[in-house]
Ligand binder design. Structure first.
Ligand SMILES: [Zn+2]
Length: 69
């Protein structure tokens, strides 16, 4: 679940984004050690507080569960 306020300072000025690998432009993904070998990895989403810079990462649990063995 994406946060509605910053866990560090309580601000509601949050910005959604991804974490692309430099010079590749593909986002960072999460791959479980328990997922099926040929299934793809799940995208990691990021929310950054525009007041203090705190960065919160999120990965959809339903998306990951679909890939498990
Ligand atoms: Zn903050």
């Amino acid at each position: 679940m994406r946060p509605s306020k910053c866990l560090r300072c309580g601000s509601t000025k949050l910005d959604q984004g991804l974490l692309p690998i430099p010079f590749n432009l593909h986002p960072v993904n999460y791959k479980s050690n328990n997922q099926r070998k040929l299934s793809s990895s799940a995208t990691v989403e990021a929310t950054m507080c525009l007041d203090c810079g705190h960065l919160d990462l999120y990965c959809d649990p339903q998306e990951v569960k679909r890939r498990l063995k």
